[in-house]
Design a protein around this ligand. Structure first.
Ligand code: C2E
Ligand code: CA
Ligand code: CA
Length: 686
């Protein structure tokens, strides 16, 4: 009651309101600034602490000062400068200490900090009262004094404790509000503690001066507090923007701006959660031959391909569906799906997005992809299983060029596990030198003499026995081991063949991927120089498919190898595109006719017609033809008759290792000169 009458009758109301306004604004803002300093560390934290303490002390001191100026006791008043300064100093120090304590990490640090502020506000208030010289007898009611101290400490502690808990939305106003209540209640309870009996002697300051002083103080304080607030606002918005950017970067891929793997996992989980009775399809998609695109056209082209595909995927997104880049040339897609037909149709559409050629600079890059699909719930009930199974299906798709879309099947897991194990074994085999070179003789059909050998790599696996290169060479290609395998084949073959008497010729198979090795030409030269093998003894076998990937680049490499004096053979002719263009543009020294044609000889017509055509064509281009896979004397006679220059096959000799520095022997072939063979062959044919 005493407090209310004091407020109503002994105060200038506008000044009281002004004081209240300054108090509320500065308390609200200070508590926000305090949170800000708690969130930062080191120098930034110290800076924010100073700003907080400045705003807080300026605000509280002005509240007190303006309210004092609004006090209209029934006595003349004057102000003492020293004590006024002291009161400001007390709250400055108190605010600094309090704010610092608030950042400490022990239990009740916040409450203690608030209590420190409460105590210093009290100290400030009563020091301020000392500065207030009244020409009167002043009586103090100690109950009010004690109550004022309790209010200040209690609300101070409460406000600081609340600062951590109420940190969202409008709740953020609560701590500042509590603090303001503490400051205001302290002040007016403290004022109510005084009873003034005027002596009416000396002259004090007049009320107008008081009002001007009050206004000036309020404005100055609000400017100080406003500056702090502006700093806070600018920094908060900058932080928010940076946060948003960082969050985006953490969840998106830089090149394509699609969600990344981490984000995709979350999207799959979300899709499962929101499925509403539908199935969820998870796709893992791998671009085929992306490495080649990078190697051949450069990384810019590679990035252009990725971005183009990303744009198409974005444009194609269905409701509830998302596309992501999982890394490298791997994409992920998740979408809800009703039934099998819908899924199949959607998969075809998605595949077509990857098949459309990408235009980059002046050329078109042809791409395609392998898709692995796993569907919730049958192929997995959580994101991890679904993605792993889709991945397994994708690996399967990669090994099957005819089925680029593969659905997960249980057996896939086992097959892929075995392949991975075998790839690991191959890595070890390359390190421990488990591989061997075998050589298969080739004969000249005019003379019946051995005219060369083909080097074929062998892997005697310690557990599985002999593994065919038809199995492990593609495995090496898929697992990035073909480079080392190829280097080993080149070095070992040159080393072994260089020991053989009579300087025979040897043909080495190169994988398409080896053509991308920028050091290939140097390696071929180095292998010959270090072993003493003459270039005329070395032949390189390449399949047409190895070349067709990038004609320009391959042609360049081949020309440089040929310039060393090494010859070139086109392997497996008749199985690939068999484009005349290839033969015209590449400087081949030999065409190896695929075993399939030799096999087909006995069936009559078509095979013979093709062989004849090829032989005629080759002769026109002045390139000799070697027939592969000759197993019977009849085949040999027929080939001889049709004009093939050379032959290779089990009839002549199986691939075998070099023993004691000698090449494996050719069998005694039932060879006869062409004219004789012709009569013989026509006999067979008839
Ligand atoms: P290719 O280059 O077409 O090699 C000929 C394959 O036919 C060899 O199989 C050989 O053993 C087999 N062969 C030869 N004559 C006959 C015959 O009369 N009848 C039958 N049924 N088969 C015959 P191999 O050694 O299993 O090699 C398979 C494929 O692996 C090769 O096909 C070649 O593409 C690849 N390869 C082998 N060695 C290497 C190598 O050192 N490097 C690379 N990059 N690839 C290799
Ligand atoms: Ca070959
Ligand atoms: Ca071949």
């Amino acid at each position: 009651m005493r407090v209310l009458t004091c407020l109503a009758f002994e105060h200038h109301l506008p000044s009281v309101l002004l004081a209240g306004l300054v108090c509320v604004i500065s308390c609200l803002l200070s508590m926000r600034l305090l949170r800000r300093s708690e969130e930062s560390d080191s120098v930034v934290q110290v800076a924010w602490l100073v700003v907080t303490a400045t705003c807080l002390s300026a605000g509280i001191w002005s509240t007190h000062f303006i309210a004092m100026l609004g006090y209209r006791p029934s006595a003349t008043v004057s102000l003492q400068v020293d004590e006024t300064a002291l009161s400001a100093l007390i709250i400055m120090c108190g605010a600094l200490i309090g704010c610092y304590v608030a950042t400490l990490k022990f239990t009740f640090a916040k409450a203690l900090a608030g209590a420190v502020i409460g105590v210093s506000v009290t100290g400030m208030h009563y020091a301020g009262m000392m500065a207030y010289n009244l020409d009167a007898i002043v009586a103090w009611d100690m109950r009010y004094v004690i109550a004022s101290v309790v209010f200040a400490v209690f609300f101070g502690a409460l406000a600081f404790e609340a600062s951590e808990k109420f940190d969202k939305g409008l709740h953020r106003l609560i701590p500042g509000g509590l603090l303001a209540i503490g400051v205001v209640s302290l002040h007016f309870t403290g004022m109510g503690a005084m009873t003034v009996v005027s002596l009416g002697v000396s002259e004090g300051l007049d009320p107008v001066t008081f009002q001007i002083l009050a206004l000036t103080t309020a404005v100055t304080t609000l400017v100080v507090v406003g500056a702090g607030g502006a700093g806070y606002a600018v920094e908060a918005s900058l932080r928010e923007r940076t946060d948003r950017r960082l969050r985006h970067l953490a969840l998106h891929d830089i090149v394509t701006d699609l969600p990344n793997r981490a984000c995709f996992t979350a999207l799959v989980e979300q899709a499962i959660e929101n499925r509403k009775g539908k199935n969820i399809a998870v796709l893992v998609i791998d671009l085929n031959r992306f490495k080649e695109i990078n190697d051949v056209w450069g990384h810019q082209a590679g990035d252009a391909v990725l971005c183009d595909i990303a744009d198409r995927l974005r444009g194609h997104e269905r409701p509830g569906g998302y596309a992501a880049r999982l890394g490298g040339d791997e994409f992920g897609i998740v979408f809800p799906v009703e039934g099998e037909t819908e899924l199949v149709e959607e998969l075809k559409l998605i595949e077509s997005l990857f098949m459309t050629p990408v235009r980059h600079a002046d050329f078109e890059i042809v791409t395609n992809a392998s898709l692995g699909v796993a569907v919730y719930p049958e192929d997995g009930r959580d994101c991890e299983t679904l993605m792993r199974n889709a991945d397994l299906a994708m690996y399967k798709a990669k090994t099957d060029p005819l089925n680029r879309i593969q659905h997960y099947e249980h057996a896939l897991g086992e097959a892929v596990r075995q392949r991975r194990e075998l790839a690991q074994d191959l890595r070890t085999a390359l390190e421990t030198g488990e591989l061997r070179m075998f050589y298969q003789p080739q004969i000249d059909l005019k003379s019946g003499e051995v005219c060369g050998y083909e080097a074929l790599v062998r892997w005697p696996h310690p557990v599985r026995g002999m593994i065919s290169p038809a199995e492990f060479v593609p495995l090496a290609e898929a697992n990035g081991l073909i480079g080392r395998l190829g280097d080993w084949v080149l070095e070992t073959t040159c080393e072994e063949v260089a020991q053989w008497p009579g300087a025979p010729k040897v043909a080495i198979n190169l994988s398409a991927i080896q053509l991308n090795d920028p050091h290939l030409v140097g390696k071929v030269l180095q292998a010959m120089v270090s072993t003493g093998l003459s270039p005329s003894q070395l032949e390189i076998e390449l399949t047409e498919t190895a070349l067709i990937h990038d004609l320009g680049q391959s042609l360049n490499v081949l020309r440089r190898i040929k310039a060393l004096g090494v010859s070139m053979a086109l392997d497996d002719f008749g199985t690939g595109y068999s484009a005349l263009e290839t033969l015209r543009r590449f400087p081949f020294d030999k065409i190896k006719l695929d075993k399939g044609f030799t096999d087909g000889l006995s069936d009559g017509g078509r095979s013979r017609a093709v062989i004849s055509a090829v032989v005629t064509l080759a002769h026109n281009l002045d390139i000799p033809v070697l027939a592969e896979g000759v197993e019977t004397a009849d085949q040999l006679d027929l080939l001889n008759m049709m004009g093939c220059e050379q032959a290779q096959g089990y009839l002549i000799g199986r691939p075998a290792p070099s023993v004691n520095g000698q090449p494996p022997a050719a069998l005694d072939v039932m060879w006869r000169p062409a004219e004789q063979a012709a009569t013989q062959a026509s006999g067979h044919a008839g």
